[in-house]
Design a protein around this ligand. Structure first.
Ligand code: ADP
Length: 276
């Protein structure tokens, strides 16, 4: 039973120094091992939410809790250690002159032994298919390759919660699949994953829970079938209906489904529902 809140936001508001309000009255509980997709149009507050969740920003009002402990100035390093962000633009994350040094930067900051740092770098390089790139300068890599380095950076730190901001953007289909498989694997290892995305088909097949943000407010929080059955919400948040749900609706209208009300999340599940 997932009952202990891992990360909690209570009445969180955040405004930038320009006075621009980015989040308002956000109440949210994240449980260990969850797979969450965060949807919403540009400017809805998704990136700001991530930066608050890993302690880069502090709420203007309201509180953040990690494992029941309220986060304040003196203990916010807990969030930085426990919550890793993979940024959409890898350039904003990458700082070292070569890939190996780049990936070792985080584990070194965690004051791990040199042997442990080396082991973590080796594993992260393998997981992200970066063998042979170790001595290359990250700034001369392609967008997608840099992205993989950015993901390897965070994997090497082994945080408890991974925040992925548009992880598949700029990746070719092979590496997009690799990242989706990685999300499944990390979750299988008990990690909590929160992914901001515009890919409704991915959110529908992968997430257990979807959070919808609009104008800095959390306007919906539910399972993928619950969220995508709300036509008015999808309209106002500009969310397309996932293709599998569209197909299910057509088949259901034409009485072609063996079982009704069991939304297929994958093509395989759809086949089973068709009785093939
Ligand atoms: P999303 O990630 O959903 O696109 P953001 O969290 O980036 O949304 O932005 C939320 C709001 O905050 C937007 O109105 C955006 O213009 C504003 N904003 C984002 N970053 C800054 C910043 N550094 N300074 C001022 N306003 C910002």
């Amino acid at each position: 039973m997932k009952d202990e809140v891992l990360l909690g936001l209570q009445d969180v508001c955040f405004s930038y120094h320009t006075g621009q309000r980015a989040l308002a009255d956000v109440n949210l509980a994240i449980y260990p091992g969850e797979r969450i997709a965060v949807l919403g149009p540009n400017g809805a507050g998704k990136s700001t939410l991530f930066l608050l969740m890993n302690g880069v920003y502090r709420p203007t009002r309201g509180s953040i809790f990690y494992k029941g402990m309220e986060i304040h100035r003196k203990n916010e390093s807990i969030l930085r250690r426990s919550v890793g962000i993979i940024f959409q633009e890898a350039d904003s994350q990458i700082i070292a002159p070569c890939v190996r040094e780049e990936i070792s930067f985080g584990p070194m900051n965690l004051k791990l032994s040199p042997a442990e740092v080396e082991e973590r770098v080796k594993q992260a390089v393998n997981v992200m298919n970066l063998g042979g790139f170790e001595d290359r300068p990250p700034h001369y890599l392609s967008g997608g390759e840099k992205k993989r380095v950015g993901i390897a950076d965070i994997i090497a730190m082994e945080p408890e919660i991974f925040l992925f901001d548009e992880p598949m953007a700029s990746l070719d289909p092979f590496h997009a699949k690799l990242v989706e498989a990685l999300l499944v694997r990390l979750n299988g290892q008990g990690k909590t994953l929160i992914v901001s995305t515009h890919d409704v088909d991915f959110a529908y097949r992968w997430a257990e829970r979807i959070l919808v943000f609009q104008n800095g407010r959390l306007t919906a929080n539910g399972t993928p079938p619950e969220i995508f059955s709300r036509d008015a919400l999808c309209g106002s948040a500009c969310l397309e209906c996932p293709i599998l749900l569209q197909i299910e609706r057509i088949l259901e209208k034409n009485n072609l489904l063996k079982e009704k009300g069991r939304s297929p999340r994958t093509v395989k599940e759809l086949e089973q529902l068709l009785g093939r």
